[in-house]
Ligand binder design. Structure first.
Ligand SMILES: Nc1ncnc2c1ncn2[C@@H]1O[C@H](COP(=O)(O)OP(=O)(O)OP(=O)(O)O)[C@@H](O)[C@H]1O
Ligand SMILES: Cc1ncc(C[n+]2csc(CCO)c2C)c(N)n1
Length: 321
């Protein structure tokens, strides 16, 4: 039987006990996204796509993330963002059809590595994500990639295929700015890339799926954060440590559980204003939008099915950054 419960504005949600409660436990640690600590995440990357940068307190994110990559015209956006104090990325990657000449020569003069990948069978977003994985994989294996030797058609994709055969043990977190709420085809492809990445449907090397789960990716807009919650249980951490008070940054925030995959998903939640039990959700049927965070410290979401659900969460930037 499916069930929706309307909760009070604040709800205690007990910590998840993996031994007792289930296998396949994932964690979405919200404070770690805005202020990553080295104890939980080994590597971080900020990926700038080609849309105007309008994230409040962008400079804080910039200083808290290690590797900075711009996808093609994303470099124009970074260049235009601040004329007085220019932000210098580590890499610019893409087919380079959008990168302006003055931006290219400025960043080249600042030592930025510019990698052309002219294939039209992958988005510049896809190329950058593969590159980030290769970059950290390589760092871990202590091998050196000569970036000048990557073929300028699809060299990153080839390198990516080769590296997937070597197990990687570190955790990388990629925060992506600019992939959502501009052009609709790009927005849907951004969501598709996130789902695809998790389920590894793009690579022939499916022998070691764990490799792909070492990289987590999130989209940030000027109003919300978007994440993929895979099949299994996800514990969404709302505060740094267990506190007796309400976790203010996210408490009361609007959120959505959006079944933007190709199949239905059965959802059970704990910590939302409208919690559900065994609730079948799919496009064209039931979809939970305009829900609200009422859980103290955490929310727990269970997804049953072959695919998970997209989670969107409204942000109060004054509080989270
Ligand atoms: N309007 C937009 N809305 C959302 N995402 C975008 C938009 N424009 C670009 N992106 C993202 O930024 C990445 C780099 O963009 P790029 O500079 O190649 O833009 P573009 O030339 O407009 O893309 P395309 O060649 O596909 O038209 C793209 O792969 C995409 O993920
Ligand atoms: C079926 C199919 N549809 C669209 C494209 C075009 N395309 C996909 S990614 C990309 C690069 C964008 O920077 C381009 C042009 C294709 N190759 N195959």
């Amino acid at each position: 039987m499916t069930q929706v419960t309307e909760n009070p504005e604040t709800l205690h949600v007990p910590a998840f006990n993996p031994q007792q409660d289930a296998v396949n436990l994932h964690e979405l640690n919200l404070p770690e996204i805005f202020n990553p600590s080295k104890t939980n995440i080994n590597h971080t990357a900020l990926l700038i796509l080609n849309q105007k940068i309008d994230i409040p307190n962008f400079s804080k994110l910039w200083s808290r993330y290690d590797l900075k990559v711009c996808a093609d015209g994303g470099a124009n956006r970074l260049y235009d963002y601040s004329k007085s104090n220019r932000y210098i990325p580590d890499f610019i990657i893409g087919d380079l059809d959008s990168l302006r000449d003055e931006v290219k020569s400025y960043y080249a003069s600042q030592g930025v590595t510019i990698i052309k990948q002219s294939t039209q069978y992958d988005s510049d977003l896809g190329k950058c994500l593969k590159f980030i994985e290769c970059y950290y994989h390589n760092l871990e294996q202590q091998t050196s990639i000569s970036y000048g030797k990557i073929n300028d058609y699809d060299g990153i994709s080839i390198l990516y295929g080769q590296l997937q055969q070597v197990k990687c043990t570190t955790q990388t977190q990629v925060l992506i700015i600019g992939g959502i709420n501009g052009r609709f085809d790009h927005t849907i492809q951004s969501i598709n890339t996130m789902i695809r990445h998790y389920h590894n449907t793009e690579s022939n090397h499916v022998t070691d799926k764990a490799n792909f789960q070492n990289l987590s990716m999130y989209y940030l807009t000027n109003v919300d954060l978007i994440a993929y919650l895979p099949p299994g249980h996800t514990q969404i951490i709302l505060s740094d440590s267990d506190s007796s008070t309400v976790s203010f940054p996210y408490h009361g925030s609007n959120c959505g559980l959006l079944p933007l995959t190709s199949t239905s998903v059965k959802l059970t939640t704990m910590g939302l204003k409208w919690d559900v039990v065994d609730w079948v959700s799919e496009m064209g049927e039931n979809v939970s939008s305009s829900n609200r965070v009422v859980g103290k410290d955490r929310i727990i979401i269970k997804c049953e099915g072959s695919r998970g659900v997209i989670f969107s969460l409204e942000l109060d930037y004054e509080k989270v950054l």
